[in-house]
Design a protein around this ligand. Structure first.
Ligand SMILES: Nc1ncnc2c1ncn2[C@@H]1O[C@H](COP(=O)(O)OP(=O)(O)OP(=O)(O)O)[C@@H](O)[C@H]1O
Ligand SMILES: [Mg+2]
Length: 651
C-alpha cells in the first residue's frame, strides 16, 4: 500500500509552503491551517512551471516545492495494491471454518451432556428407588447438576463464538464486497450493491438457531442409538418419525420455494422505488406525486406480502404437521413403552428416559427443517457473494505505467447499449495530441455525453478502443487511470462532505495545496472565497447550499484535482453565468498551458474560441472533425448552402 512511485521525483515530504498556507488562510478567512502530515508523496501538483499564473494568484508566491520534478508529474498516484478478493474470501471462509471447528467440539460436549438428565432418571428409577440409598441420590444429583450447568455453559460459549464469527465474516467481507460491487456496477444491472444485503443475510444465518440445529443434527443418530439400546421397538418409532419429518420438510421446501422467491423479488422492486423516491423527494413534493409514488411502491410491497403470506401459510401447515408428529411420537413411545414395561421388558424409568432422549433427537431435526428456507436463501446469498468477489476486475494487478502525457486515440468506437439495437456511437475514430483541446458539438441526442463517458471509461464500448498514451483504457490500472483523468459529468452530483473534500475527490491524502491548486486551476477559488465557510462549506447529498452553477464549478475543480493529463468536461457551462463562463474559459486556457488534453462538450459558441479542434457529431457519427477554424468555416458554409435550396449540399 505504501509503494512510492517509480517516477523520477525527489519525493519531498510535506509540500506546503508555510507562507502559502498562511496567505491562503487569510484569503479563505478560516481557522488555523490544518497541515496534513501525510507520508512522503506528491512532489508536484501543478507542473512546476512557475511562469504560469496558476498556483497562488493574489494569494502569495507559488509553492516552490517542485524541485525540478517537472514534466514527470510526481507520484500523485500512490500504488494501491489490487484487491485480492479471492484472499478476502478465503480469509472469511477460514475464520468460519476455524471457529466452526471449536463450535463443533463444544456441540459434541453439549450433546453428550444433554444425556445427563435421562441418565439421571434412569439411575433414580432403577438404582436409587430400588436400593433406597440417600447417599447415592446425593452423589448422583451433584454429578448431574454439574453436568447440566456445564452443558448450559458450553451452549452459551458456542453461541458467543458463532456471533463473533458472524461479525468477523461481515467485517472481513464488507469492504471487498462493496468495492467489487462498485466496480461491477459499471457494466452491471445496478443490483450489485444488493450483495451487501446478501452479506447481511449470511451473517444472520450464522447467528440463527437454524445453524445450531444443523450442528446438532449429526448427534441425532447417537440419541437414536441410545433409544435402540433401551428397546429396539422404541428406536424404530423414532427412526420412522425422523423419516416422516424429512419428507414433510422436503414437501414444504418445494411448496414454499416459489412464493418466497416471488416475495423477495417484489420486495427488491419495492426497494428500488423507495430508493428513487428518496433521491427525487423534491420533485415528488413539488409536483404532488406522493400518491403515485406511494402507489408504485405499494403495488410491489403488496405483491411481496401476498407471496409471503402464501409461503408462510404453507410453512405453518408443515410446522403444525411436524409438531403433531413429534408429539404423537412421544405419546406412542410412552404408550408402547408402558406396554413393554407391563410385559416386563423394560422399567418405567427407561420409558421416561427414552421419551426424553427422543425429544432431544427430534428437536434439532425439526429446527433444521423449519429453518431450511433460511439455509437455502443464505446459500444463494453466499453464491452471489462468491461470484461477485471472484469475478471482480479489481483483483487483477495491472502493470504500472509511467504517468501519461495525455495522448488520446479513439479507434472505430461503436456503442450499442446492452439490450437495445440502437447504435449510439457509430465507428468513431480520432486522435488528439497531448495538450490539445477539442470541442465536441452536436444536437441533443447526438451521442456527445456517451462519447464523453467512453473517454473516461465510465461505460465500455461495444467494440473499438479508447487509448490513453497508446494503452487501452481497460488495461490501465483503474486507480492510476482515475488519478490521471478528470471528468465533469453533465448532471453534476457532489458527495456529502465539505467543498474541500469534494475537490480532493474525498481522498484522505489530499493535501491542502493540491486542493487549492485544483481550485485555482479551475478558477473557482474566488467563488469559494465568497462562501461563508469557504472551503469548509458542507455540501449535502443534493448539493445544498450550492447553486447549480456553483456545483458545476466545484465539480470543475474536482475534475482538475491532481493535475490530470486528460480532462473531459460535459457541458461545463450549462449552468454558468458570464463570470462563470469567463472562469471556465480561463480554466481551459490554464489547462492548455499545462499541456492537459481537454475534451469539452458544449452547446455554447463562446467556448469554441478557445479550442484547437472541433468535432461535430451527428447521430453518433463524426460529421466534421479538424482544426477549429476549418470546421467552423465548413459549418458556416453548410448553413449558407441550406439557406439557398437550389444548390446541392456537399457531402
Ligand atoms: N444506455 C442507453 N440505452 C439506450 N439508449 C441510450 C443509452 N445511452 C444513451 N442512449 C441514447 O444515445 C443517444 C445519445 O445520448 P447522449 O446522452 O450521448 O446525447 P447527447 O449528445 O449528450 O445529448 P444532449 O446534448 O441532450 O446531452 C440518445 O438518443 C440516447 O437515447
Ligand atoms: Mg449530453
Amino acid at each position: 500500500m505504501k509503494d512510492t512511485a517509480d517516477h523520477g521525483d525527489t519525493g519531498q515530504t510535506e509540500n506546503l509552503d508555510p507562507l502559502l498556507l498562511r496567505q491562503r488562510d487569510r484569503v479563505t478567512g478560516n481557522e488555523a491551517p490544518r497541515i496534513r502530515t501525510t507520508k512522503p508523496r506528491l512532489s508536484v501538483t501543478i507542473d512546476a512551471d512557475t511562469s504560469q499564473p496558476i498556483p497562488a494568484g493574489g494569494a502569495g508566491a507559488p509553492p516552490d516545492n517542485s524541485g525540478g520534478g517537472g514534466g514527470g508529474g510526481g507520484n500523485f498516484h500512490k500504488r494501491i495494491k489490487p484487491n485480492d478478493f479471492g484472499k478476502s474470501l478465503k480469509e472469511g471462509k477460514a475464520a468460519v471454518r476455524r471457529n466452526l471447528g471449536i463450535v463443533m467440539v463444544l456441540t459434541c460436549a453439549t450433546n453428550i451432556l444433554i444425556l445427563a438428565i435421562p441418565v439421571y432418571l434412569f439411575q433414580i428409577s432403577d438404582r436409587v428407588l430400588t436400593s433406597r440409598s440417600t447417599d447415592t441420590l446425593i452423589m448422583l444429583t451433584i454429578v448431574i447438576a454439574g453436568a447440566v450447568v456445564m452443558q448450559a455453559i458450553f451452549d452459551a460459549i458456542r453461541r458467543f463464538i458463532l456471533m463473533r464469527t458472524a461479525v468477523e465474516v461481515a467485517a472481513k467481507l464488507g469492504a471487498p464486497i462493496l468495492s467489487a460491487a462498485a466496480a461491477a456496477s459499471l457494466n452491471g444491472t445496478g443490483r450489485e450493491y444488493q450483495t451487501l444485503g446478501d452479506l447481511q443475510q449470511l451473517r444472520g444465518f450464522l447467528v440463527s438457531g437454524t445453524l445450531i440445529s444443523f450442528l446438532d443434527v449429526p448427534f441425532a443418530p447417537l440419541f437414536i442409538l441410545a433409544i435402540f439400546l433401551v428397546h429396539p421397538d422404541l428406536g424404530m418409532i423414532v427412526v420412522v418419525t425422523s423419516l416422516l419429518l424429512f419428507v414433510i420438510a422436503f414437501i414444504n421446501q418445494k411448496a414454499t420455494e416459489k412464493p418466497f422467491a416471488q416475495a423477495n423479488l417484489a420486495q427488491s422492486k419495492a426497494n428500488v422505488h423507495l430508493d428513487s423516491m428518496s433521491r427525487n423527494s423534491q420533485i415528488i413534493n413539488a409536483l404532488a406525486m406522493i400518491p403515485e409514488a406511494v402507489t408504485l411502491w405499494g403495488k410491489d410491497t403488496a405483491a411481496s406480502l401476498t407471496a409471503q403470506v402464501r409461503a408462510q401459510d404453507r410453512n405453518i401447515v408443515s410446522a403444525a404437521f411436524s409438531r403433531a408428529i413429534r408429539l404423537l411420537t412421544q405419546v406412542g413411545m410412552l404408550g408402547w413403552g408402558a406396554f413393554l414395561a407391563i410385559q416386563g421388558e423394560i422399567t418405567g424409568g427407561m420409558v421416561i428416559a427414552a421419551s426424553i432422549i427422543a425429544g432431544r433427537a427430534l428437536a434439532p431435526i425439526e429446527g433444521a427443517i423449519e429453518g431450511w428456507n433460511g439455509f437455502v436463501v443464505s446459500r444463494g446469498a453466499y453464491g452471489r457473494i462468491v461470484a461477485l468477489l471472484q469475478g471482480s476486475r479489481l483483483q487483477f494487478e495491472k502493470l504500472r505505467l509511467p504517468r501519461p502525457e495525455g495522448r488520446l486515440d479513439v479507434e472505430r468506437l461503436l456503442y450499442v447499449p446492452a439490450g437495445t439495437k440502437q447504435v449510439v456511437l457509430n465507428g468513431l475514430s480520432f486522435h488528439l495530441n497531448p495538450g490539445e483541446t477539442l470541442a465536441v458539438i452536436g444536437n441533443s441526442g447526438a451521442g456527445k455525453t456517451t462519447l464523453g463517458k467512453m473517454l473516461v471509461g465510465s461505460i465500455l464500448p461495444t467494440s473499438g478502443n479508447v487509448r490513453l498514451d497508446l494503452m487501452d483504457l481497460r488495461n490501465w490500472d483503474p486507480r492510476q487511470f482515475g488519478e490521471n483523468i478528470g471528468y465533469l459529468p453533465q448532471d453534476v452530483q457532489l458527495f456529502p462532505g465539505s467543498i474541500k473534500d469534494n475537490i480532493g475527490r474525498m481522498r484522505r491524502d489530499a493535501t491542502d495545496a493540491e486542493i487549492f491548486d485544483a481550485a485555482k486551476l479551475a478558477d473557482v477559488h474566488e467563488m469559494i472565497s465568497t462562501l461563508p465557510q469557504g472551503y469548509e462549506t458542507m455540501v449535502a447529498a443534493d448539493g445544498a447550499p450550492l447553486s447549480g452553477g456553483q456545483k458545476q464549478r466545484i465539480a470543475l475543480a474536482r475534475a482538475f484535482y491532481g493535475n490530470p493529463r486528460l480532462v473531459v468536461l460535459d457541458e461545463p457551462n450549462s449552468n454558468l453565468d458570464t463570470a462563470g463562463d469567463r472562469a471556465l474559459a480561463r480554466a481551459v486556457e490554464h489547462a492548455r498551458q499545462n499541456r492537459i488534453t481537454v475534451v469539452v462538450i458544449t452547446q455554447k459558441p463562446a467556448l469554441l474560441e478557445l479550442v484547437d479542434k472541433v468535432m461535430l457529431l451527428t447521430d453518433g457519427s463524426i460529421a466534421l472533425f479538424g482544426a477549429r477554424d476549418a470546421v467552423m468555416q465548413r459549418i458556416r458554409e453548410d448553413a449558407q448552402n441550406r439557406q439557398q435550396p437550389p444548390k446541392p449540399i456537399g457531402e
